[in-house]
Write a protein that binds this ligand. Sequence first.
Ligand code: FAD
Length: 306
Amino acid sequence: MPLLEEMGYMASKKYARQPEILEHARSIGQKLDLYSKTLFQTEVLDLDWINDSSCWSVRTSRGDTIRAQFVVSAIGLLHKLHLPGIQGIEIFKGYSFHSSRWDYDYTGGDFNGNLFKLSDKKVGIIGTGASCVQILPHLSTSAKHVYIFQRTPSAVDGQKNPSTDPNFAKGPASKPGWQTRRMANFDSIVSGSQEEKDMVADGWTEVYTKTPPFQPSKDTAEGAAIAKHMQLADFKKMEEIRARTDAIVKDPKTAGKKGPGEEKALGEKTLGEKTLGEEKPWGKEGPGGRRTMAENLQCRLMRLLS
Ligand SMILES: Cc1cc2nc3c(=O)[nH]c(=O)nc-3n(C[C@H](O)[C@H](O)[C@H](O)COP(=O)(O)OP(=O)(O)OC[C@H]3O[C@@H](n4cnc5c(N)ncnc54)[C@H](O)[C@@H]3O)c2cc1C
């Protein structure tokens, strides 16, 4: 959660849940007086640089044209939902909706689950990414039967979401700048650098902290060595995830078989409260043409070095 220090607030858990995040966002809006300054429901259509007056002209979907000396673009990458172009979906006779437009009127319940209106329904869920991992535990306890349609297996690790230690606010979080330092520490660790202390200590950072420290070698280009180091960390984490699945999913047919070259803990890992009971955590298919974080870094480094 952002601006904890500025707001004098401490999250109740390592991964705060939706109502707490929403409440925090509203508090930020009130404290910083953002409500009166924000143009809600307004899309920016065009940005034009006006040379003569050295400013931007911003045209909006409300018909306004606003001039601004500075424009900060924070439009994200993933804000538009993607409806699956599955052949025949338009003639599907059952009720369907996208997970980002959850229809509680149809399912009953709330963010805590208890989707009681599904108790007599067979439900199919398409995709086994981060959203499915969070939805499935609730579906599986509420619906009559659940079918999971999986194209590409995800690496699902345990979420481990402890409550915030009350001593944290008095200890590590009592010194000014603590959250900025913590964020920098996280970024540094997940970029493959060494830090004396892992301030976040979660499923992402442990991928690196459990791998022996990176030692640059005189013989190897440093970039390639870092990429190799990250790939090893990735592989080790994937082995842990496979072992976890072996321990939970008893039916070997459901668990599937290990396939080589499928290290992807860093690129596609999700942290779920539970493992998908009926998922196939790995298969012959690779990560669908997407690169792991280690591979991305390797490519970037190779470009820089070439
Ligand atoms: C399904 C899913 C699950 C995820 N799960 C997690 C998770 O568990 N943990 C995690 O850390 N991250 C998660 N992420 C990633 C996380 O949501 C993003 O990294 C984060 O929201 C990016 O923040 P942002 O401010 O850059 O962009 P966004 O949150 O996307 O915000 C961009 C905003 O800009 C607005 N906008 C876009 N174009 C215009 C325009 N022309 N005019 C005006 N406004 C515009 C959009 O409406 C939106 O409000 C998930 C993402 C998805 C899609």
